[in-house]
Design a protein. Structure first.
Length: 102
Protein backbone atom coordinates (compact mmCIF):
# COMPACT_ATOMS: atom_id res chain seq x y z
CA UNK A 1 0.00 0.00 0.00
CA UNK A 2 1.03 3.57 -0.60
CA UNK A 3 1.96 5.49 2.56
CA UNK A 4 1.72 9.26 2.81
CA UNK A 5 2.29 11.74 5.61
CA UNK A 6 -0.27 14.38 6.62
CA UNK A 7 0.73 18.04 6.89
CA UNK A 8 0.57 17.80 10.68
CA UNK A 9 2.80 14.73 10.74
CA UNK A 10 5.24 16.37 8.34
CA UNK A 11 5.58 19.43 10.59
CA UNK A 12 6.02 17.27 13.69
CA UNK A 13 8.63 15.14 11.93
CA UNK A 14 10.56 18.24 10.84
CA UNK A 15 10.55 19.53 14.43
CA UNK A 16 11.58 16.15 15.80
CA UNK A 17 14.48 15.67 13.41
CA UNK A 18 15.68 19.24 14.03
CA UNK A 19 15.62 18.54 17.76
CA UNK A 20 17.50 15.26 17.35
CA UNK A 21 20.15 16.95 15.23
CA UNK A 22 20.59 19.87 17.61
CA UNK A 23 20.57 17.90 20.86
CA UNK A 24 22.04 14.54 19.87
CA UNK A 25 23.81 14.95 16.53
CA UNK A 26 23.62 13.65 12.99
CA UNK A 27 24.16 9.98 13.88
CA UNK A 28 21.13 9.85 16.21
CA UNK A 29 19.02 11.63 13.59
CA UNK A 30 20.12 9.11 10.93
CA UNK A 31 19.38 6.17 13.24
CA UNK A 32 15.91 7.50 13.96
CA UNK A 33 15.16 8.04 10.26
CA UNK A 34 16.39 4.51 9.47
CA UNK A 35 14.03 3.08 12.13
CA UNK A 36 11.19 5.20 10.76
CA UNK A 37 11.88 3.98 7.22
CA UNK A 38 11.71 0.35 8.41
CA UNK A 39 8.41 1.00 10.18
CA UNK A 40 6.92 2.67 7.11
CA UNK A 41 7.99 -0.27 4.96
CA UNK A 42 6.48 -2.64 7.55
CA UNK A 43 3.07 -0.96 7.55
CA UNK A 44 3.03 -0.63 3.75
CA UNK A 45 3.46 -4.40 3.46
CA UNK A 46 1.43 -5.38 6.54
CA UNK A 47 -0.95 -2.51 7.37
CA UNK A 48 -2.46 -4.14 10.45
CA UNK A 49 0.85 -5.27 11.97
CA UNK A 50 0.74 -2.55 14.63
CA UNK A 51 -1.85 -2.50 17.40
CA UNK A 52 -4.98 -0.42 17.18
CA UNK A 53 -4.91 2.65 19.36
CA UNK A 54 -6.74 2.33 22.66
CA UNK A 55 -7.46 6.04 22.55
CA UNK A 56 -8.92 6.23 19.04
CA UNK A 57 -11.05 3.83 17.06
CA UNK A 58 -9.87 2.89 13.57
CA UNK A 59 -6.41 4.33 14.15
CA UNK A 60 -3.22 2.32 14.60
CA UNK A 61 -0.20 3.18 16.72
CA UNK A 62 3.32 2.32 15.56
CA UNK A 63 6.28 2.65 17.94
CA UNK A 64 9.40 3.94 16.22
CA UNK A 65 11.52 4.27 19.37
CA UNK A 66 11.02 4.27 23.12
CA UNK A 67 10.14 7.95 22.92
CA UNK A 68 8.30 8.28 19.60
CA UNK A 69 5.23 6.71 18.01
CA UNK A 70 3.13 7.62 15.04
CA UNK A 71 -0.57 7.17 14.47
CA UNK A 72 -1.95 6.08 11.12
CA UNK A 73 -5.18 5.06 9.43
CA UNK A 74 -5.81 2.66 6.60
CA UNK A 75 -8.06 3.43 3.63
CA UNK A 76 -8.75 0.07 2.01
CA UNK A 77 -10.75 1.55 -0.87
CA UNK A 78 -7.91 3.85 -1.90
CA UNK A 79 -5.23 1.33 -0.89
CA UNK A 80 -3.51 4.07 1.13
CA UNK A 81 -2.14 4.55 4.59
CA UNK A 82 -2.04 8.03 6.10
CA UNK A 83 0.43 8.80 8.87
CA UNK A 84 -1.64 11.26 10.88
CA UNK A 85 0.85 12.50 13.46
CA UNK A 86 3.98 11.74 15.43
CA UNK A 87 3.74 11.61 19.19
CA UNK A 88 6.16 11.76 22.10
CA UNK A 89 5.01 8.87 24.32
CA UNK A 90 6.09 10.74 27.45
CA UNK A 91 3.26 13.24 26.95
CA UNK A 92 -0.17 13.07 28.55
CA UNK A 93 -2.17 10.43 26.60
CA UNK A 94 -5.20 12.74 26.59
CA UNK A 95 -3.30 15.17 24.37
CA UNK A 96 -3.42 12.80 21.42
CA UNK A 97 -7.23 12.68 21.46
CA UNK A 98 -7.42 16.47 21.47
CA UNK A 99 -4.83 16.73 18.72
CA UNK A 100 -6.54 14.25 16.40
CA UNK A 101 -10.05 15.57 16.96
CA UNK A 102 -9.15 19.02 15.58
Amino acid sequence: MKVFISELAEKKLENLTAYLLEEWGMEVKREFLAKLDKKITQISLHPESCPKSRELGGVYRCNVSKQTSFFYRIDLKMQEIEIITFYDVRQDPGKIKNLLQK
